[in-house]
Design a protein. Sequence first.
Length: 385
Amino acid sequence: MRITARGIGLLVAAVVLAGAGFRFAYPELTLLGVAAGGAVAVATVTAARRPRLEVRRKAHPDRVSRGDPASMTVTVRNAGRWGAANLLATDRCGDQVVPVPVLRLRPGTDTVVRYDVPTVRRGVVPVGPLRVTRRDPLGLVVLARSYGDSVPVWVHPRIHPLSAVPTGAGRSLDGRVDAVPHGSITFDSLREYVVGDELRRVHWRTSARVGELMVRENVDTSLPRIVVLLDNRVAAHPNRVDGVAESFEAACEAAASVVAAAVREDLPVVLLFVAAPESGVAEDDGAVGPLDRLAAVALSAEGTVQQAAARLRRDRLGDTLVVLTGPGGREDLGHVGALRGAYPSVVVGVFGAAEPTPPGAAGLVVVDAADGAAFAAEWDGVRRW
């Protein structure tokens, strides 16, 4: 609740008039002071009366690619039994404020507002809550309340079609790298026997040597596994205009394009970030799938490529590694090149660099591109995975 300048002036006048009336024995001044104070008190009670409003939202759609149209429908219902709601209401949509008419809204009736959600930038656009401002008839007191929840609209990066998808490779037990045209089950590791394991999977020679039952763990190498590493460090994307790094936006579009191509071909794909998830990815805000994570990811000052490479070398999540970075990330290509032993195919995309990457940098396949569309064109021209 906030007292307006008019209300403050009237309250000060009430104190002065009442004080002067008592001090100099002028009952007329005292009466005026009491009346002014009573007006402020009545205004406070009037503004404090909470209207019963029900707010419903519906996004059309709630997930959209950058630049595609999206809208929000807000329905406000007067759930009170008497008295029409005569309020000033606004809805917050990202950085915009949208007026919602709630004037003379009778009990049991509702008003519907539909407006466009801005999708010119990738990100998560929070819509709501509804902000209702109530004033007294004299304009002495203003009280603002929030109604309804905030609904996110996920603006995904733009997806550029990729016709070429890495075929991948499977690693056999003796360390050789073999192409896998057909499905196969390959030995991966040994672990202790637990109740429920099939006895045919027991490795008897190792069990006799260690003195307890050991079971073979196998992996299916029938499909290539693609790992996409997005460099979301501030140092990798130093060029920013109005706080937006176009090289990072292009890298997000490339990551979305690779993920969409892998999903189209029913290939397993993993999306990772150089910086830790808590540095910019709102995974606890309803994010579902890699495209939502790409919509929510932001640049971070934390994390290094060396740490990310160490995690990738330890986990070995796939056989094809796609690293997407900016002009500031070319200094760390040596750490990426060291992963060729763990990942048979390594492709690097560099965005926004003033000059092309020297040929054969760290022995990697490097795709230089200005934006996501240029990356898609260059990607389809790569013949050496």
